[in-house]
Design a protein around this ligand. Structure first.
Ligand SMILES: [Zn+2]
Ligand SMILES: [Zn+2]
Length: 309
């Protein structure tokens, strides 16, 4: 199985993915270019203008893609905190790919590594070890972090459709860009009073993508620095109310490091966890099942204390 997967990667990493992974974990200047392009592309709104339709599209896409990252890339592919069908799993991968954060296997493999080494010297994106900028964005510009470590995700590599989506992770974002442009252009002619266009939609699509990127990155950078620590997890993960709201529940990061397999990250009623509430609806609809609602590592007396309070 791993043989054909590695063959698939061979043109991407001619020197071999294993040797690339062993390179020094330092930033490669040319890898900043895509991020520079994405941020500069946001400035195009100065030329294409603004409309209610474009802003509504940008915010909707931002929230929907943030949900795809937290509910699918994180709580499903990385932690398997619930079960679903193979078809839904494929759809979840497509949804996550629209966020332009590389493939589901790459994301999950790196994230599992993060939990194993949270804030120790091997952690890929610890702000404690290497500072805010590295944790937020720098680590993604290192050649060494580009390959997918398939050995960490044997449960996902057995699905060829996921491996292919992961390898050709640029296809879905390109299709999304065309779809956004097409919608804007359609509205330009169908609803001239809305004062929008394909290019304006595209500009705001870039803004939306950059917002999703920074909100996700904030979990690696800010949620390992600012907030409170309810559980002694041996790392610097924090619970942060503001991040909990804007990341759809991911800001309860100390809870999550304490109970990584639990589908809930907000453990108290006031710890708002929008992703969890939507997953409960998906469970009612029969799309997902076997949600790990009780933290599976909770000591028995802690469970009793929680249910009694
Ligand atoms: Zn973390
Ligand atoms: Zn996690």
């Amino acid at each position: 199985m791993f043989k054909w997967v590695k063959f698939l990667d061979s043109d991407y990493f001619p020197a071999g993915a294993d040797s690339v992974r062993k390179l020094p974990k330092t930033s490669t200047p040319s890898r900043w270019l895509p991020f520079l392009f994405l941020h500069l592309a946001c400035l195009s709104v100065l030329f294409t203008g603004v409309s209610v339709a474009a802003v509504v599209m940008a915010v909707t896409l931002c929230v929907a893609r943030m949900f795809a990252i937290t509910a699918f890339y994180h709580r499903y592919f990385s932690h398997k905190s619930y079960k679903t069908s193979r078809f839904a799993q494929f759809i979840f991968a497509l949804a996550g790919l629209t966020a332009v954060q590389r493939g589901p296997l790459w994301w999950a493999a790196h994230h599992r590594h993060h939990h194993q080494h949270a804030d120790d010297e091997h952690d890929t994106h610890s702000p404690v070890q290497r500072g805010f900028v590295w944790a937020h964005i720098g680590w993604i510009t290192a050649d060494a972090n580009m390959p997918t470590d398939y050995s960490r995700i044997p449960d996902l590599v057995k699905y060829p459709e996921l491996v292919l989506l992961n390898r050709f992770d640029w296809i879905v974002p390109i299709l999304l860009a065309f779809a956004i442009y097409g919608c804007g252009e359609y509205l330009h002619y169908a609803e001239p009073g809305w004062h929008t266009s394909g290019l304006q939609f595209l500009s705001w699509g870039f803004v939306s993508t950059v917002m999703v990127f920074h909100v996700t990155g904030a979990i690696n950078s800010l949620a390992h620095q600012f907030g409170t620590q309810e559980f002694e997890t041996g790392d610097s993960s924090k619970n942060n109310f503001l991040l909990g709201v804007i990341t759809l529940g991911e800001g309860w990061h100390n809870n999550h490091h304490r109970y990584p397999g639990c589908v809930r990250q907000g453990l108290e009623w006031w710890q708002i966890d929008l992703t969890y509430y939507i997953l409960l609806v998906m469970e009612k609809l029969g799309i997902i099942w076997d949600l790990n609602k009780i933290p599976n590592t909770v000591p028995a007396k802690e469970v009793l204390a929680r249910s009694a309070s």
